[in-house]
Ligand binder design. Structure first.
Ligand code: ASP
Length: 351
């Protein structure tokens, strides 16, 4: 490969997912151990950058992903941070966008690439998309002529900002999309980087925060939603945060019972974030009357955040600032790691 430097070192971290799966006797896909990745892809031994590999203690189908696994992945990267030029995380596609978002919030002042990738077909299969995905992800993570100081997802020729990505297909090879931010690079004959889209290289010291508070809920609105459904969610004991997936540019029923339920939840200290169900575009509170009441009572507008980034950002902020709800509210409305289309709040050092 061109532009390689034999001194460049990448750590390949296997967490599970289709990319490393085999079929059991009933034909169901199950994860297998890391050494099999080298069997399936002997080319990995021939790259002229150095690859070390490791795997989580427990490799999983990413449907079993939890904040504890995010912490495990972050801990491996943190412990090895000074010894490698970049990191590639092999991950199941189902929740890859959540993990990429979670890692993006955990790593403040990141100066090295963390690239997540996976595949739709197991690496051992002839038509697997995993080979190209892994090789491109490794090339990007080890590149010497370009440095992407971000958590990203590489999938089917595109490199996306992790906290802008969403899984959009359960069958196509181009399984991911980033509707509200362009891709950072495109792999053709060569990999073309769009440097003007990267996050700026930070000056501060790397800081890794590993706390998450999972006591949140997501309420997806639909026409005909009943008071019983909304009430049962806002009555969850100990609920700290609620994301409402609203219509269009952040609209919801204007019925008094609905606003009263939300107001009651806010009075109990539950933080509420308004995220649109639309894949592209942003919440604009007060654009329609159907969001004015929510704005008035203190529901926070999520701008153009993905649901994956909203869930992980809320868990992250609640976990790290448990006694400062005002700070959580304030930071939810701000851009921390390029996850929403507002200027990044770099001067705020405490998140
Ligand atoms: N269920 C798998 C997972 O997310 C699917 C995949 O890897 O594509 O772990």
């Amino acid at each position: 490969m061109s532009n390689r430097n034999s001194n460049n070192k990448v750590l390949l971290i296997y967490t599970g997912g289709t990319i490393g799966m085999v079929q059991d006797e009933n034909g169901a896909l199950q994860p297998f151990a890391m050494e099999r990745i080298y069997d399936a892809l002997p080319l990995l031994h021939r790259t002229n950058y150095h690859i070390d590999s490791c795997q989580l203690d427990k490799i999983i189908d990413s449907s079993n992903m939890t904040p504890e696994f995010w912490v495990d992945i972050a801990t491996i990267i943190e412990r090895n941070y000074d010894n490698y030029d970049g990191f590639v995380v092999l991950h199941g596609t189902d929740t890859m966008a959540y993990t990429a978002s979670a890692l993006s919030f955990m790593f403040k002042n990141l100066t090295k690439p963390i690239v997540l990738t996976g595949s739709q077909l197991p690496l051992g299969m002839l038509r697997s998309d995993g080979r190209e995905n892994i090789i491109c992800a490794l090339e990007i993570a080890s590149a010497q002529h370009v440095l992407i100081p971000e958590v990203t997802i590489f999938f089917e020729s595109h490199l996306y900002r992790g906290n802008r990505s969403t899984k959009v297909s359960a069958e196509n090879f181009d399984a991911f999309s980033s509707f509200n931010y362009p891709s950072l690079a495109k792999a053709g004959i060569k990999i073309s980087y769009r440097r003007n889209l990267f996050l700026p290289l930070p000056n501060g010291k790397l800081r890794v925060r590993k706390k998450f508070d999972p006591r949140i809920a997501v309420l997806k609105l639909f026409p005909g939603i009943t008071p019983a459904v909304v009430n049962s969610i806002v009555s969850i004991p100990d609920l700290q945060g609620l994301i409402i997936e609203t219509f269009g540019s952040g609209n919801a029923p204007t019925e008094p019972w609905f606003i009263n339920e939300l107001q009651h939840a806010l009075e109990k200290g539950i933080i509420i974030l308004n995220v649109t169900q639309c894949k592209a575009g942003a919440v604009q509170m007060r654009q329609y009357q159907a969001s004015c009441d929510m704005d008035r009572i203190g529901v926070i507008g999520g701008h153009d955040i993905t649901i994956e980034a909203a869930v992980t950002k809320m868990m992250y902020l609640l976990g790290n600032f448990p006694s400062d709800k005002e700070k959580v509210r304030d930071r939810l409305a701000k851009c921390l790691r390029g996850e929403i289309s507002l200027e990044i709040n770099d001067e705020l050092d405490d998140f």
